[in-house]
Write a protein that binds this ligand. Sequence first.
Ligand SMILES: Cc1cc2nc3c(=O)[nH]c(=O)nc-3n(C[C@H](O)[C@H](O)[C@H](O)COP(=O)(O)OP(=O)(O)OC[C@H]3O[C@@H](n4cnc5c(N)ncnc54)[C@H](O)[C@@H]3O)c2cc1C
Length: 644
Amino acid sequence: MTDRDLGLRRRITRRDFLNGMALGVGGAFVLPDWAAALLVSDAGALRAAHQTPGRLYYPPALTGLRGSHAGSFETFHALKDGPFWPSSGRITSTRETYDLAVVGGGISGLAAAYYYRQAAGVQARIIVFDNHDDFGGHAKRNEFTANGRTYLAYGGTQSIRSPAPYNAVAKALLRDLGIDVSRAAQVLDATLYGALGLQPAFFFDKETFGVDRLVGGYARQFSEAFLNASPLAEPVKRDLTRLVTDPWDPLPDLSSAEKKARLARISYAQFLTQVWQLDAGVLPLFQTRTHGLFGVGIDAVPAQDAWGLGFPGFQGMHLEPGAGPGQNYDAIRHPAAAAYAFHFPDGNASVARLLVRCLIPGAIPGATMDDVVTARANYNRLDAAGSPVRIRLNSTVVQVRPDRPGEAAGSVDVAYVRGGTLHRVRARAAVLACWHSVIPYLCPELPPRQKEALAYAVKVPLVYTNVLLRNWTAFQKLGVHAIMAPGLWHTSMSLAAPVSLGTYRCPRSPDEPIVLHLAKTPCKPGLEARLQHRAGRVELLSTPFETIERSIRGQLARTLSGGGFDPARDILAITVNRWPHGYAYQYNSLSDPFWLEGGEPPCVVARQRFGRIAIANADAAAYAYTDAAIDQAHRAVHEILHLR
Ligand SMILES: Cc1cc2nc3c(=O)[nH]c(=O)nc-3n(C[C@H](O)[C@H](O)[C@H](O)COP(=O)(O)OP(=O)(O)OC[C@H]3O[C@@H](n4cnc5c(N)ncnc54)[C@H](O)[C@@H]3O)c2cc1C
């Protein structure tokens, strides 16, 4: 299809053509890269102001390239790569003093502000910095408007849910914020899509499978009907059937513990092709199934973890229940964890918004978990002079320096760049709730061993794209609501979860607009997991929005045209949430020997207090979940409270 057929040049709602690459390059010949980026940052604020008529600044409604948007990362990259300090100007003191400065306005940073205020009192003066134009970090809200109605989506942190049960600390915070997870089943219409005859499907693409074909009835255990409808070769179908039905034990002479130890040292891909000796044609059916949890495919996921996740091939091995050494947190399914789950229409952005409501009264109107869903945040209130808690957006922290070494320190200076200028505030203590890999550059005085441990935390890159569709009649005609497409740019897509809460109502009729959610995990199969994440990050930062838009339009045309979908007509808006630094890195028995052998994990060394500086973020637990972000904030704050 041509770009014209795909609708690439059509006007869609507030499409944003800016991207870091294009602007960074354009400005480079007159300004250092990082300074050009700051102009982009201001442009971002301007865009926000212009694109929501009559309102000043409202980032949730921005479309185009979001997540780590243009203007959010360039200053830090200049700091990391060297040119920042030589070309930066003088640091201007704001003369502001605080009890606590927090670096990072994600759930961990906001929770740190919450805990500090709870312990120190409502008069405590706290400032939270974030380099993005919105608060919440990964917990990002996307809003769309069509026919005068608002459609919500999550641009990152999706749900309250963790592989292990939330502990008392995290549960208490959510309870204090007014969140009642026991209402989960009541607000989700779990039968809506099934009642309309829609089911999960698999898209066989011609590059991988020889032909483009959408096949419904996709389930973890492949049914006979699904395999018969697929374009797979007969030996592949036979091998898949064997894999899911044969109670074969490939390691009959070993105990359960010995088998788990063996499985921890090979990938699931090796398990399939070397232990089961299956046709390599089975691999594409599984390759991307692990992307959503691990950020890599089955080439880098240990077979023991695949067993923990319920993948086929282990049914005859008599493995005893319970985690084996080196199992990834995500592959340990605690039965009690599933019961503690909740999904807001904008994901855990509602958790971040409830925290902000609590920290800065008046910033987000309302009082309940219901009314927060549709409440409009007043961004002008976030950094108001005179408010004890301030949230300063579009501000990249570049230095966090104690006035004296170690325990002798009496205060901490925090330098940050905003609007092209370097500023400084002074605080009695700081919590660094930002990504761990950033911290060695902010605090070069940290012990070398701690800096090395902080740098170990290579975040998992991800893309969460939301596309507002004119209607979903094509899905209805095809009988699908979710599609796995391992050979396409976005490897999965699904219609919005049907959640209605407060005055927000999910779309119920296929004739209405709806948000389609697509996910991609950029990775490079064959490499060790952290190298795959690094390569994926480079790919994300160098892929312009137009390339992604073209791939989205092409993907929807290929998968849905059988139902009458026309990308030029049916796409109303696109928001691509790009996260080059996504999930916290969770240890893996194939690539992290200390994890298998029971040594001290780097996150323990990384999160040690340094005088008046404490360290939070989900990275501090090497656990990519909201409860970790909260727990680590709680620990970090309690480490520095006595220094008031
Ligand atoms: C796509 C995606 C989906 C996810 N889904 C789920 C889910 O369903 N459930 C779940 O529990 N978890 C999920 N997570 C994990 C999520 O990371 C955590 O739940 C939680 O939101 C992390 O919060 P945090 O505050 O620790 O980190 P972050 O949200 O990353 O916040 C840290 C903030 O610090 C900022 N920062 C970094 N450096 C600087 C600097 N120098 N100056 C100023 N600011 C800086 C960052 O830009 C960021 O905004 C998901 C993550 C991603 C990326």
